[in-house]
Design a protein around this ligand. Structure first.
Ligand SMILES: [Zn+2]
Length: 484
């Protein structure tokens, strides 16, 4: 055995590496800001969910029991906190598609969950829909108003940031900066430009609106997450995750509301992933219109897990540059791993190892415990495949690493190793032909197997096969030449 280093994580709150210990020994509570279901989640969004999944799986690998909440924001919310320019995205989507926002939310949620499953993202224990938590949200606002942290103004309710001295501690913004700068504009009834809405009034033109002590309206987006987190996980949670674009204002505001209401420290760890960007600097986002979905990737012959592998090649905090070439290269790397694992499955597992399995396992554990260094973890995996370990030990290690990486290495190894009865007959004939050195016949049989979708490789241990007809191939074009 080996002694693993403790799990250390970069805490955005305080901006330093900290050793992770949960509040309750052995159990971790974790909140992940989920999708807003007014249009399809794109692969930039999914980078955040893959990162949260790696975190979750790393915690599990370290023996912790996880309770994770990943909400579904099915209430349309403003593009920003500026009432004058904000647009309710879900209602805009509903109007343009002639459907109700509830229908759209239901459909987009289904597609999201389907895509998450294709990416091997483990389902969280709780996936609350914001529209099912309007009651707890109103309760939370009432607490904030009664404690003097929030005030009503003309059907809207604002959080008074001047009452919360720690406001800005997560993002590094100061209230003076926010007031002095042009980030916020004075909305009607706001005492200070830096105050943000926790409830906003909604007239009859709004399809989604609820009754409240302040009249008909909708909850603020930031408030939704606070209410669901506190309701499902309690006033203090261990880890909160999201994309780095959530640090301000979303997470800053979540902290202010939650801590003002409960008097407790809302989350001890805040983890944020870097953007997936196009070119060298442009963020992939709905508002910029430069987005790709998982189904766009499938149209170009990219397997969903090739995208997962692509994101794991970089550290979660670094920006990741998207290009089709980089994605195709990641797919080649993943296919090589799948084919290597398939070969291992077809080898005798009894040979004596001449390498130390513990060394690799310790290296892997060390990498993921160092703020989730998946890039090093992947290189340990490649080293295992190319090592002098026995096939059996390699497969054991691959299975162990898979608990975190979740790249389907073992199931795909089995799929790629499958042959039909007819193919096995051809393989036996070919083995006989090679034994009597009839190489012309052996080559004919190889071609027949290839036509059937099976590639044969001759090794000192005998023939190995890879099914080539089950994996999509990347197409380096826009698909215009394809029929249909
Ligand atoms: Zn959130």
């Amino acid at each position: 055995m080996y002694a693993s280093r403790p799990l250390t994580l970069m805490n955005t709150y305080g901006r330093q590496m900290e050793e992770f210990q949960p509040l309750e020994p052995g159990r971790v509570t974790m909140y992940t800001c989920g999708p807003t279901v007014y249009s399809y989640a794109h692969i930039g969004n999914f980078r955040a969910y893959i990162f949260a999944d790696i975190l979750r799986r790393t915690l599990e690998y370290n023996g912790f029991e996880i309770t994770q909440v990943r909400n579904i924001t099915d209430v349309g919310h403003l593009t920003n906190d500026t009432l004058s320019t904000g647009v309710d995205k879900m209602e805009a989507a509903a109007r343009s598609q002639n459907a109700s926002p509830w229908d759209i939310a239901r459909h987009i949620t289904e597609v999201f969950l389907d895509d998450a499953a294709k990416l091997n993202i483990e389902a969280p224990e709780h996936m609350p829909r914001a529209t099912e938590y309007i009651g707890p949200m109103i309760d939370l606002i009432e607490v904030l108003v009664s404690r003097g942290y929030a005030y009503a103004a003309g059907g809207d309710v604002y959080f008074d940031v001047s009452k919360f001295p720690k406001y800005g501690a997560l993002s590094g913004n100061t209230i003076e900066d926010l007031i002095g700068g042009h980030r916020v504009e004075v909305g009607e009834g706001k005492k200070s430009p830096a105050d943000f809405s926790v409830w906003r009034s909604a007239g009859p033109d709004k399809i989604m609106r609820w009754d409240s002590p302040w009249g008909m309206g909708v909850p603020g987006w930031h408030l939704e997450c606070s209410a669901m987190a506190i309701d499902l996980l309690g006033p203090e949670i261990d880890i909160h995750t999201g994309g780095e674009d959530h640090i301000f204002p979303h997470h800053e505001d979540e902290i202010a509301q939650s801590e003002a209401a409960t008097g407790r420290r809302f989350s001890r760890f805040w983890l944020h992933n870097g953007w997936l960007q196009i070119g060298d600097s442009e963020k992939m986002s709905k508002s910029l219109g430069n987005i790709f979905t998982l189904s766009d990737l499938a149209d170009r012959g990219i397997h969903p897990l090739s995208f997962r592998y692509f994101t794991l090649q970089a550290h979660y905090r670094t920006p990741l540059n998207f290009s089709w070439d980089a994605l195709a290269a990641a797919q080649t790397g993943l296919y090589r791993l799948w084919e290597g694992a398939a070969e291992l499955c077809q080898m005798a597992t009894s040979e004596q190892p001449t390498d130390d399995a513990t060394k690799f396992q310790a290296g892997f554990h060390e990498a993921i415990n160092r703020d989730l260094d998946t890039s090093v973890a992947l290189s340990v995996l490649h080293s295992v495949v190319g090592s002098k370990l026995s096939a059996g030990e390699k497969l054991t290690l691959i299975g162990d690493f898979e608990r975190v990486l979740a790249l389907d290495l073992i199931p795909m190894a089995k799929t790629l190793s499958q042959t039909s009865g007819a193919e096995r007959t051809l393989l036996r004939e070919r083995e006989t032909a090679r034994a009597i050195r009839d190489f012309a016949r052996s080559d004919v049989l190889r071609d027949q197997l290839r036509a059937s979708g099976v590639e044969v490789k001759d090794t000192p241990g005998g023939q190995r096969t890879i099914r080539k007809d089950v994996l999509p191939s990347f197409r380096n074009d826009d698909g215009e030449d394809e029929p249909g």
